[in-house]
Design a protein around this ligand. Structure first.
Ligand code: UT7
Length: 325
């Protein structure tokens, strides 16, 4: 039976020029390169320049994705930006990016699910494309977490960084069979009981300030392994694929030990997991498209590859997307 699927036509990414290494951070907070590498796998993070905003990062990534897709911005009718660090409280960063790209039709809006933002945004775009409301979407994950970090808190400031990634999706008829290209399944979940384990202690309605990121790292770690493994298993059961049929796992990049824990639990070979966090730390909603871009540039994402993306973040929110490239 013919179905409409959201086929990934292009991917792009952008990292700000300034690189902040662990050794540099160790000069300002009580930490060491050894501690950060051993506990997280992170070696450096990128920091946006003064006057460089989330929308700038997102627009760079989106432009690259559009060029690679061979799609003109005038053909895009949906722009979704996943971000927890918008340029302004409103309007949506997606609307600014829409304007920067020269997209003038359809709709643009932000999705806020912190580190799960890209998975949520992909699920949202896919739902719109499959119902025929829009034809071509650009889905962006863009963050400037450097602006919400408490740079005196060594338990959080060493973990995060700035960056952006984007994909172009196009609604295309497919057969409905196992070899279909495009997004094959999306699963999004949240549980607000865990709000206080990872949050920002400010906001327009509470403190009238932006606030700083606060996290109970140990607890988040424990939940991350459980919840991500759970949603991967759920995706495999509902789609009928076995873990060894997945060509590439493209996870949210929070901590190398979390990725190792999931791989061990589900028996996923290490060489099928894309790991980029050494280079840029946890970039929240940007981390999955940054990792997709990394894989694409290393020719790991040829047509027909089966790709599983997954994430977990503040809220808690978590989810997974299975797609055939
Ligand atoms: O993207 C959203 C999801 N976020 C995550 O998935 C993050 C999940 N959590 C983690 O990645 C880890 O829990 C952390 C990397 C945040 C922390 O690693 P951990 O192995 O859980 O360490 P810990 O919090 O249990 O702390 C161990 C020790 C503590 O000292 P004491 O109490 O044992 O004396 C910390 O104070 O390490 C200390 N510590 C540090 N030492 C040097 C914490 N941060 C640092 C630091 N440098 N930057």
């Amino acid at each position: 039976m013919a179905v409409i699927r959201s086929v990934i036509r292009g991917v792009g990414a952008y990292l700000p020029k300034r690189i902040l290494t662990n050794a540099e951070l160790a000069k300002t907070v009580d930490t060491t390169d050894e501690w950060i590498v051993e506990r997280t796998g992170i070696r450096a993070r990128h920091i946006a320049a003064d006057g460089e905003y989330t929308s700038d990062l997102g627009a760079h990534a989106a432009r690259q994705a559009l060029v690679r897709a061979g799609i003109d911005p005038v053909e895009i009718d949906l722009v979704i930006c996943a971000t927890a660090t918008p340029d302004r409280t409103f309007p949506a960063t997606a609307v600014r990016i829409q304007n920067m790209l020269g997209v003038t039709k359809g709709a643009a809006f932000d999705v806020q699910a912190v580190c799960s933002g890209f998975v949520y945004a992909m699920a949202t775009a896919d739902a719109f494309l499959r119902t025929g409301q829009f034809k071509r979407a650009i889905v962006i994950g863009a963050e400037t977490f450097s602006r919400i970090l408490d740079w005196e808190d060594r338990t959080t400031c060493v973990l995060f960084g700035d960056g952006a990634g984007a994909v172009v999706l196009e609604a295309q008829p497919q057969t409905g069979g196992r070899n279909d290209r495009g997004i094959l399944s999306t699963t999004i979940r949240s549980d607000g009981r865990y709000e206080d384990l990872l949050y920002v202690d400010g906001g327009p309605s509470t403190t009238k300030t932006v606030g700083h990121l606060r996290m109970n790292g140990r607890e988040v770690f424990r939940h991350a392994v459980q919840k991500i493994s759970g949603v991967i298993e759920e995706t495999l059961v509902t789609t009928g694929y076995a873990a060894n049929e997945i060509d590439l796992f493209v996870p949210h990049q929070a901590n190398k030990r979390i990725l190792d824990g999931i791989a061990k639990k589900l028996g996923i070979p290490e060489n099928r997991i894309v790991v980029t966090l050494a280079e840029h730390g946890n970039t929240s909603a940007a981390s999955i498209p940054l990792a997709l871009n990394h894989a694409f540039e290393r020719h790991l994402l040829g047509e027909g590859k089966l790709v599983l993306m997954e994430s977990m973040g503040g809220g808690f929110t978590w989810g997974a997307v299975l797609a055939r490239w």
